[in-house]
Design a protein around this ligand. Structure first.
Ligand code: SAH
Length: 370
């Protein structure tokens, strides 16, 4: 059985051809799956006669984002039946939601068809709604402070399972999502083919139509894939998890550095920025006493000098199983100022959902243990 959400529009067109259908049927099905014009629209329902209230704002039912073939009312009945025989529409199921009382951030635990579970985080910003999606169930990169990697990699997610996290969150909130970051569990460049299908699916104007510049992919630094990504998706934002400014420290935090050390990583970033003219974001999680000294800031500034980039400082989220501590707010501010003084633009990640299990992989683990 095919999960229809795994198919790009051109693949859906091939399928329609095999079924002896005209090409435009593919666009219709794709629209039913992904187009969200009607999602979450507010309509006024008139009050019943004699009622004292003036009527209520309600969300109209989601008309697109179909999960069943009988909802695809403009398809011939035989085609609907044929599709039901050979395919499914597998949306991730909401297993748990934690909502932040502080800012409305919603953290989802989604169940996949085979029983695996992944996390996504829905966030509200001034510029619109954003979602952080997972690209793998678990991870095999082994970064020392990350909860996603503690049990290793279960498996890659398919393109439809990554896109489905967006659909399910839109359905659950009744709100449109305009920005996507691939920064949940997993290493996206360890699942490159499905990642690129996913990007093409959500970018397609006949579906979700999420602009390339509204998509960000975060990698631990698999150098050859950065090169390829720059060729394939020059407009998608690239974030690289750096976390240390010398090889010894970085290798101890991130095993991937033994394979692709800093010289190689910075080199590929230089080529990337030259080719795409896009700024790279370096994520730098501050860990108390490990990478947050003044010397670390100076070394980081020296490493990045002359590179078209920006540093995003992330205060560590404590992971129960690990012995790492968070850098204090004042020290974080000092670190940022020191970088800026040395000409490196830096921001501190706004902490959303501080009151919920926000660190990668923590919700998935806390549920698995119960
Ligand atoms: N594998 C990709 C994307 C997933 S991790 C990558 O490495 O970039 C997303 C970001 O969260 C990475 O920068 C990661 O290092 C960081 N991160 C992981 N665990 C964290 C924790 N406990 N506290 C703060 N940031 C963490």
């Amino acid at each position: 059985m095919i999960n229809l959400l795994d198919l790009q529009l051109n693949e859906l067109e091939d399928l329609m051809k095999e079924l002896g259908q005209p090409k435009f049927r593919a666009t219709q099905v794709f629209g039913w799956l992904y187009k969200d014009a009607e999602k979450g629209a507010q309509v006024k329902i008139p009050a019943e006669k004699g009622a004292t209230e003036k009527g209520a704002q309600v969300k109209i039912p989601v008309e697109k984002g179909a999960t069943r073939f009988d909802q695809m009312t403009n398809l011939p009945a035989e085609l609907r039946q044929r599709l039901a025989e050979i395919s499914r529409i597998d949306m991730p199921q909401v297993l748990r939601v934690q909502e932040s009382k502080l800012d409305g951030t919603r953290k989802y635990l989604f169940g996949l068809a085979d029983g695996n579970a992944v996390e996504s985080v829905f966030m509200r910003y001034k510029f619109g709604n954003s979602i952080c999606v997972s690209s793998q169930a678990g991870c095999r990169m082994g970064c020392s402070f990350c909860a996603s990697t503690l049990d290793g990699l279960a498996r890659n997610l398919t393109a439809g399972e990554i896109a489905g996290q967006i659909l399910s969150a839109e359905r659950d909130t009744g709100e449109r999502i305009s920005h996507v970051v691939v920064m949940g569990s997993g290493e996206p460049f360890d699942n490159y083919e499905n990642l690129s299908s996913f990007i093409r699916i959500i970018n397609n104007p006949k579906g979700m139509n999420i602009g390339m510049r509204n998509i960000t992919v975060s990698t631990c630094g698999i150098a050859p894939m950065i090169e390829r990504f720059g060729d394939d998706f020059p407009q998608v934002n690239l974030a690289i998890s750096l976390h240390a400014s010398n090889n010894e420290r970085r290798s101890s935090l991130m095993p991937v550095n033994k394979r692709y050390p800093l010289e190689e990583l910075i080199d590929v970033c230089k080529r990337y920025t030259k080719k795409t003219s896009r700024r790279v974001t370096f994520e730098y999680t501050l860990v108390k006493g490990i990478n947050d000294s003044e010397k670390d800031a100076d070394q980081l500034a020296a490493l990045l000098r002359g590179l078209l980039c920006h540093v995003n400082l992330i205060p560590l989220n404590r992971v129960t199983e690990k012995d790492f501590d968070t850098t204090g707010k004042i020290e974080v501010k000092r670190f940022r100022e020191r970088l800026e003084l040395r000409g490196i633009p830096a921001t501190v990640r706004r902490e959303l959902g501080d009151d919920i299990d926000a660190a990668c992989g923590q919700l998935r683990r806390s549920t698995a243990e119960k």
